[in-house]
Design a protein around this ligand. Sequence first.
Ligand code: BG6
Length: 429
Amino acid sequence: MVSRVIPVESFDLVIFGATGDLARRKILPALFRRFCDGQMPEEARIIGAARTEQTPDAWRSWVADSLSEFVSPALTEAHVDVFLEKLDYIAVDARGEAGWSDLKARMRDDVVQAFYFSVAPALFGDLAERLHRFGIAHGAARIVVEKPFGRDLATARALNATLAAHFEEGQIYRIDHYLGKETVQNLMAVRFGNVLFEPLWNAQYVDHVQITVAEAVGVGGRGSYYDQSGAMRDMVQNHLMQLLCLTAMEPPSRFEPDAVRDEKLKVIRALQPVSAKDIVRGQYEAGDTPSYAEDVEETDSRTESFIAMKLHIANWRWNGTPFYLRTGKRLKARKSEIVVIFKEPPHSIFDEDAGSRPNVLSIRLQPDEGIDLSVTIKEPGPGGMRLIDVPLDMSFADALGPEAADVPDAYERLIMDVTPRQPDPVHAR
Ligand code: BG6
């Protein structure tokens, strides 16, 4: 298997929040890896912007430190110096006037412009307004925002209105890094690239679906953010909802952004309100590691670090098939998967004690990406007709070779999808 690297257009990418955690852990390592892979054109530039007054050289050396922490030493050693030459830094005051004219002077008009808002959502409006007022962003510029996108419907609408006052809808990229994961993209291929599953993909044959994103880590140093969000806002309304939509949606007519979005939206519109008895919330307790309350330094916190819920999708395809969603931190192991449990055969021709089990399709998203389908067979040997389940197990790494495991990180894919002039990416919406 040979991976294809398609160089993107030349760009000026401004990272607001350039000294923050997301920039350090995800955005800059992702850009660096794409650079090493040859996807970034020579004239591409990355401009860090943050409140801290510092020289571009000081930021470059901070970036070099971050890369040595998050990227393999071999890669860093070989390419870091050339990569750092692409970097520039400007101190800007998101709520004031300082730095904005400098930023304007640094931007080029004849390349793709992208502005990554890696800052608290409370600043989104300020940034958008200043990019507009100082004439920094040209007509085809795009801005990139991530969750949390508001706290509820009213605040999300207000945020949308703020951004819409300065940018066209097509310029606003609301990204969800789960959609950049290779295996999540693969869900579309599995569902719509095979005839095998689609005829059975409905309430007539599917008993229920379980979507799990279990994390072994705790909230770490993000306690103050997390305690305001909880598992519901941090994981369910974005990542798990996307997985639910990709699992439950109708086939779009084409693999195009609006067509895919429209089908996802229909799933969300068909979701029935969840009753309180169908939701379980919890917090992790102390064990070898501190409790949730200790991690967030709030003894009385009632924010959930675990949530599980049962959802119903009221449409022809899914009426009567529950979807179980669950996610949490500090669980036994890191494991994300979508498990489709099919119904048992309508009538068993075997004795009751032969046993009968449903087929189960597991799509493992991480780690050890792959697909596993359990099939009932006769237990070999004498002793009559006894049935057992055997897995038809496909680990992508085994089937496709070690390169399959070496796929770009989700952020690499998403950031590179933000930069082309045309066409718009499917998963950046
Ligand atoms: C982020 C959440 O969006 O996703 C984190 O804010 C979570 O709390 C992370 O840990 C999980 O992402 P991944 O890629 O490690 O599954």
